[in-house]
Design a protein around this ligand. Structure first.
Ligand SMILES: [Fe+2]
Length: 274
């Protein structure tokens, strides 16, 4: 793929039962490329959850929608405001910041899938940055400096620092800060990768200013263009990515208040980062 990250899978229809051979090929491609793009897929929620299930346990949600109902495991993400219409100030704006999904949990996610249902005429991209390549490109001095450091990830920190809506009491209770290694080892590849993004509050045991400076410096390095793949969506694109070794963000490169952007999302649970 442009940017060197990810792979496109062709000749597969995920609305049908997946042959054992295709299943092995998909798992293998995911372990190797970390972003898979599968075009022209027509799946309902149940079928998307079935497909996600070949990678692991589909994860539920603790968060509520604008109407107060609980977000389903397979749910839609949109650019809508609280009134359910496209908005320049959508309900969740934090997705425009680099992050890895559910890093604020003790057991974060393995992968996320998005299926494009409705898109703006152009733009509305999603970008992915390769945290393994970014780690490898650090100087030996920096690798030594960050070895063994632990980072506190906080959902509340994210909401405050990104200016997104404040937490409800239930959300705060459900998301106490957690600690993960700054450099984690990918359980499949055995390679080291940076585990950073918008949920990072501070580095444990480090002065707040120095901690913020280091996190910002590492994220700026890790999201240089050389580490990025930008996905330009087409309707019915299914994209899945490895949250263990990538950060991603939505790009607001379209008229948010004018066009609908609706994608179906499902997350697969991972393991404790080490
Ligand atoms: Fe995300």
């Amino acid at each position: 793929m442009p940017g060197g990250l990810g792979a496109s899978c062709t000749g597969i229809d995920l609305s049908q039962k997946i042959a054992a051979r295709d299943r092995v090929a998909l798992l293998d491609a995911f372990r190797t490329h970390h972003v898979l793009v599968i075009r022209d897929q027509h799946l309902d929620k149940a079928r998307l959850a079935d497909f996600a299930g070949i990678f692991g346990e589909v994860e539920g949600n603790i968060f509520r929608k604008t109407d107060g109902s609980l977000l389903e495991a397979v749910h839609e993400i949109t650019n809508f405001g609280a009134d359910g219409r496209p908005s320049a100030d959508p309900y969740l704006k934090s997705n425009f910041n680099w992050h890895t999904d559910k890093a604020y949990q003790a057991v974060p996610s393995l992968l996320t899938m998005l299926l494009a249902l409705e898109l703006p005429p152009s733009g509305g991209d999603t970008q992915f940055a390769d945290m393994t390549a970014a780690y490898d490109a650090l100087s030996e001095a920096t690798k030594a400096e960050i070895a063994g450091l632990k980072v506190v990830h906080s959902f509340e920190h994210m909401r405050v620092s990104t200016g997104d809506r404040p937490l409800t009491a239930a959300e705060r209770e459900a998301t106490p800060p957690v600690t993960h290694p700054l450099v984690r080892t990918h359980p499949d590849t055995g390679r080291k990768c940076l585990y950073i993004g918008m949920y990072c509050s501070h580095i444990e045991g480090m002065d707040a200013t120095a901690s913020r400076a280091m996190l910002d410096r590492l994220l700026a390095h890790a999201t240089e263009p050389r580490f990025i793949y930008t996905h330009q969506w087409r309707p019915n694109d299914l994209v899945l990515w490895d949250n263990r070794c990538l950060v991603h963000r939505a790009v607001a490169n379209y008229e948010l208040e004018r066009h609908r952007r609706v994608l179906m999302r499902v997350v697969v649970k991972g393991t404790v980062p080490v």
